[in-house]
Design a protein around this ligand. Structure first.
Ligand code: ZN
Length: 327
């Protein structure tokens, strides 16, 4: 990839940071997107913002010479999955308070996006204008928009388990860190190449403004191994792998109390695993161990997830990541 150096003043970087800080629904992901807009590797970014925040942000975007258009329609949360992803839709609501979509950018796409949102255009068209990969917008339109649970479908399309996936496609980590590198959308799979490219462009944008410390915070988290068990997600936040991937067994060691668990039955699972310090994966089973003794055993799905009920069953599913291809 050809790297184009964009000059960006320290003052403008400060302004971009200030914009993001003032918007409660904005995350590090949006900061990366806004940096990319400023540097010319992305045309428009969409933020969810309320009136009070907009009053604070408007003068800053003017100083940044960015086009900014607020959607006329309000946004209302229609759904949230059990892992914290919120889904919002446009509604007809004339009240003065509430959330709207704010489109920021440098060209005609800003206006096109705002108009498409207000006219209730398809998610595929809006996705195209926001430069979301077409494979991902098609996946969203076909599967998620109907109200289906995103996670099992994403895992299903990601293929069989116990492979080392590229961490740049790891969107699930955003559930607890609030950040992914690729952008504010649901990728079609962990293996989505366009998403990997977007994530790399995100890394590039952070490098160009000297935010290597943010990259160094995010990338190791994207590599945390993840285990799905009975509708819960277990993040192995400080695990060290001790065996090479050989299709038969994997061994991770971690410190007691370092597992991060989210999901419906997390209290029970946190208690069971409070003393765990090892995860051992054999061909068809997964064992959490404490001082060499097994404290939780679960059967592993040996092929890809095929349905929602499988993900929430008693069997477990494991994702491992490796930094083999960050470009
Ligand atoms: Zn995709």
């Amino acid at each position: 990839m050809n790297k184009t150096k964009h000059t960006i003043s320290f003052l403008d970087v400060e302004r971009i940071l200030e914009c993001i800080e003032k918007v409660q629904e904005a995350s590090l992901t949006h900061l990366i997107e806004l940096l990319r807009v400023y540097m010319g590797t992305k045309k428009v970014v969409r933020l969810v913002i309320n009136e009070t925040e907009w009053e604070l942000v408007e003068p800053i975007v003017t100083q940044l010479s960015l086009e900014a258009i607020l959607s006329k329609k309000k946004l209302s949360q229609v759904n949230a999955d059990k892992f914290g992803n919120k889904f919002m839709v446009s509604v007809n609501d004339n009240s003065s308070t509430g959330y709207r979509a704010l489109f920021l950018g440098k060209g005609k796409e800003v206006f096109q996006c705002a108009r498409a949102e207000d006219e209730g255009e398809s998610s595929t068209l809006i996705g195209m204008l926001l430069e979301i990969p077409s494979c991902c917008t098609n996946f969203y339109a076909k599967n998620i928009q109907k109200g289906n649970d995103w996670l099992p479908l994403w895992l299903k399309s990601s293929g069989s388990n116990r492979l080392f996936f590229n961490p740049l496609g790891n969107r699930i980590i955003a559930n607890i860190t609030g950040c992914n590198l690729a952008g504010d959308y649901l990728p079609c799979s962990i293996n989505c190449e366009q998403t990997h490219k977007n994530a790399f462009r995100g890394i590039e944008a952070l490098e160009q403004v000297g935010f290597e410390n943010i990259i160094n915070q995010i990338v190791p988290k994207l590599e945390w191994p993840i285990c799905f068990l009975e509708g819960n997600i277990i993040f192995l936040t400080d695990a060290t792998r001790h065996t090479k991937f050989d299709n038969n067994k994997l061994l991770y060691e971690f410190s007691q109390g370092s597992l991060c668990i989210t999901g419906a039955n997390k209290k029970k699972l946190e208690k069971t695993l409070s003393k765990a310090n090892r995860l051992h994966i054999s061909r068809d089973s997964l064992f959490f161990e404490s001082e060499g003794k097994s404290i939780l055993k679960s059967s592993l799905w040996n092929s890809s997830i095929h349905s929602v009920s499988q993900l929430y069953s008693s069997k477990s599913y494991f994702l491992a990541f490796d930094r083999f291809d960050l470009k």
